[in-house]
Design a protein around this ligand. Structure first.
Ligand code: AMP
Ligand code: GLY
Length: 426
């Protein structure tokens, strides 16, 4: 089978690593990929949202399956275009159509969907610019802190948590009138603040059946002890100790099943991943957000624990036979630590030579922002540079191995958090 994978992050390297382990994967192309995906297949210089170039590539290279890593092309309707074009409609697309991708592309859509299908989530209301005064009146009915969210995609930067009413009013004003998020702020959601511990649950669904993948927790803040600015993610662990069978039963009954039943009722033909960003509020799961793709850096901890052949699962998904699949999960823990460029998530430099790969023993390295330079070296090419991912018989062991190896890969101004997973240790 000829497979094309879109994206260029650590998530895509982990997916590429897993796809190439399949007997069914004859050829793998990654667009645009990074220096790590180049070890698994052939990188092609096509942007992951360049629809015309992707379509031409699918036709010219007789691709059978297209796996979409990031959300943006899905929100922009890539799957619909591939599936309605005579020359590409046979291609299995792993990723929902534009309508399904609204679960991530519009927070207002997602909240209305959850309300309609009684899926537990924070109370909220949505306001336009013209309704600024109504929005402030609504905030006055809530308790601090205040959660303000831009409706559209904002590259993970669309959420502000304001500590008090005065600050919330100022932040809301800035979101509407200072164009802080571009078009994203035509609408703003104001939400009840949920206090709890976050975690990520992933399913693969064919629109009626689903399989639950290993759970994970990611660490979003740049600083140790969960302090400082939000990032794309500084590390992850899988499984999540508090997500035991009892908790996961609640997640399936209250969240996963109603979500899939809701998609069917809305006539949304969904083939792909759903990522449930959950808050565990005193033992009860609430949905913070839906994403229509895998998480990053969760994928780097999830894929190593999935024992199934991923291509087999994708084929069953495309044929709407996912009910025949049984997921098998490695019992071991996996811990992932992200090495980032100094300065990230603010200004940072690129093009720094990375050395020491050969000194890493007993960990997997997944590349994120890396590229091959002309002189046969690998250099940094983004804020999040690469992950060190390790197995262990418990979380302590997995983290100890990742921490040890994280110190062996070196580039100018490298930074990583040394406390990933510590909150989950007994
Ligand atoms: P989102 O982009 O919706 O995932 O939100 C970004 C982050 O803001 C989440 O990962 C949470 O840490 C936090 N957050 C979002 N909504 C809420 C909420 N209703 N209550 C508490 N924290 C929230
Ligand atoms: N790790 C969170 C995300 O991928 O959005």
């Amino acid at each position: 089978m000829k497979i094309m994978l879109l994206g260029s992050g650590g998530r895509e390297h982990a997916l590429a690593w897993k796809l190439t382990q399949s007997q069914q994967c004859e050829t793998l192309y990654i667009a645009p990929g990074n220096a790590g995906t180049a070890l698994c297949g052939t990188n092609v210089p096509i942007a992951d949202n360049d629809v015309e170039a992707i379509k031409d590539f699918l036709i010219n290279n007789k691709i059978d399956m297209l796996v979409v890593g990031p959300e943006q092309p899905l929100v922009e309707g890539l799957a619909d275009i591939i599936q309605t074009c005579e020359a590409t409609k046979h291609v299995v697309v792993i990723g929902p159509n534009e309508k399904g991708a609204q679960l991530e592309g519009s927070k207002d859509f997602a909240k209305q969907f959850m309300r309609k299908y009684q899926i537990p989530t924070a109370q909220y209301a949505t306001f336009t610019k013209q309704q600024y005064d109504d929005a402030v009146a609504f905030m006055q009915t809530l308790q601090a802190p205040y959660v303000l969210k831009a409706d559209g995609l904002a590259a993970g930067k669309g959420v502000i948590i304001s500590p008090n009413l005065q600050k919330a009013k100022e932040d809301l004003h800035a979101m509407f009138f200072d164009n802080k998020f571009g078009n994203a702020t035509d609408k703003v959601l104001i939400e009840e603040f949920l206090a709890g511990i976050e975690m990520s649950v992933f399913v693969l669904t064919d629109g009626s059946s689903y399989v639950v993948l290993p759970s994970a927790k990611d660490y979003k803040r740049i600083g140790e002890g969960d302090t400082g600015l939000n990032t794309g993610g500084m590390g992850s662990v899988s499984p999540v100790p508090f997500a035991d069978d009892y908790f996961m039963q609640k997640v399936e009954q209250r969240i996963i099943r109603p979500t899939i039943a809701g998609l069917q009722k809305e006539n949304i033909d969904y083939c792909g991943f759903i990522f449930f960003g959950l808050m565990n509020v005193q033992g009860n799961p609430y949905v913070i957000e839906y994403n229509v793709r895998m998480g990053d850096p969760e994928t780097e901890s999830v894929m190593p624990r999935l024992k199934n052949d991923l291509v087999d699962l994708f084929v069953l998904c495309g044929q709407k036979r996912l009910h025949e699949a049984k997921v098998q999960i490695d019992e071991r823990f996996v811990a992932t630590i992200m090495l980032v460029s100094g300065g990230y998530p603010e200004k940072y430099e690129k093009g720094k030579e990375i050395t020491g790969f050969e000194n890493v023993k007993d960990s997997i390295i997944f590349h994120a922002g890396t590229k091959n330079a002309d002189n046969n070296t690998i250099v940094t090419n983004g804020g999040r540079v690469l992950t060190i991912t390790s197995y262990g018989k418990n979380i302590e062991e997995a983290l100890a191995i990742s921490n040890r190896n994280a110190q062996k890969v070196v580039f100018d101004k490298v930074y990583f958090r040394r406390d990933i997973g510590k909150d989950l240790m007994k």
